[in-house]
Every structure is written in C-alpha cells, then in structure tokens.
Design a protein around this ligand. Structure first.
Ligand SMILES: N[C@@H](CCC(=O)N[C@@H](CS)C(=O)NCC(=O)O)C(=O)O
Length: 162
C-alpha cells in the first residue's frame, strides 16, 4: 500500500491498521478478540463505522490544528465543516456508550482500540467531545489504561519527520 503499518505473520502480509488489529486480536488477543461470531460481526461493524464515518472528518480536524491552519478563516471553516460531519456518528456513539462501558461485550476489546484511536483525532478540537459526555468519558478510560500510556510514552519519544 506504500504506507505503514504492515504486518507479516506466518506468511500472511496484511495492511490497514484496523484490519491488522482485528486479525491480531482474533488470532493472539484472547479476550481482546471476539468470543463468538456475533461479537466478531460487531467488531468489524465498528471498525468500518470508524473508517467510513469518523476518520476522515476527525483527521481533518487534527491536521488543521496540527499544521496551524486554524489560524486562518479558511482553516477554521474547514474545522467547522468537519465538526458538522461528525455530529451524526458521534450522536450514534453517544447513544451506544450511554448505556454500556465498552463498545462490544462488556469488556475492553479491539473494538475500543480501533475506534478510540480514530475518535482521538477529534480531541484536537477542545470543544467537540465534551458535547458527547459518554464518548468523552469512554475515550479517557481507553487512554487512561496503562498499555495506552506506555504506547503513548514510547510514541512521543519517536523522532518526528520534518
Ligand atoms: N488507512 C491506513 C493509513 C495508513 C497511512 O496513511 N499511514 C501513514 C503513516 S500514519 C503513511 O505510511 N503514510 C505514507 C508516508 O508517510 O510516506 C491505515 O490505517 O493503516
């Protein structure tokens, strides 16, 4: 695909981070992966929902802030348009997480890992996620986990490409 990440496992070469995570969880992840076909279907559903409905506008928000475009009228309008597109999927997530702690199966799973990483991009806009308290709380729970904290620490020590 000309991009990272890519996984090589036992002869299988797999691209796309969401697919890699689903595969790793299913093959090696114990309770992070699905316990049955219904859970598997829901985990795939939420990954596709994240990729199809959340990722593009959420990344637009993150990039606008990261590259200083919010200093301009045009950049701020870009963020507003992306936020408009996120309200519908965030409303759906809010309803889902308003009545349960985790995305699938009453435990932290790969569905949380995949979606939390996509929703994280929208955190660049400090005003957006607090409008969705269940989503905001869930994301903070995901990011408060020791495994996330370790990953984030390591990642922040990686060299940044200019
Ligand atoms: N949808 C892909 C996106 C992959 C992607 O865009 N990766 C970036 C780094 S995060 C990349 O390799 N870009 C090409 C480059 O930087 O040359 C995935 O989730 O794996």
């Amino acid at each position: 695909m000309g991009a990272i990440p890519v996984l090589e496992d036992d002869g299988l070469v797999l691209a796309e981070s969401l697919a890699i995570n689903l595969y790793l969880a299913r093959r090696h992840g114990g309770d992070l992966g699905p316990r049955d076909e219904a859970e598997n279907a829901l985990m795939v559903q939420w990954a596709l929902f994240g990729a199809a409905s959340v990722e593009e506008p959420a990344l637009a928000i993150q990039n606008a802030y990261q590259y200083g475009r919010t200093e301009t009228e045009e950049g701020r309008a870009e963020v507003e348009r992306a936020k408009e597109r996120l309200h519908r999927p965030l409303k759906a997530l809010e309803a889902h997480l308003g009545v349960r702690q985790w995305m699938v199966g009453s435990r932290f799973t790969v569905a949380d890992i995949n979606l939390a990483e996509i929703v994280r991009y929208a955190q660049a806009d400090a005003g957006l996620l607090p409008l969705y308290p269940a989503v905001d709380g869930w994301l903070r729970m995901c990011q408060g986990r020791p495994a996330f904290q370790r990953m984030w620490d390591e990642r922040s020590r990686e060299p940044v490409r200019p």
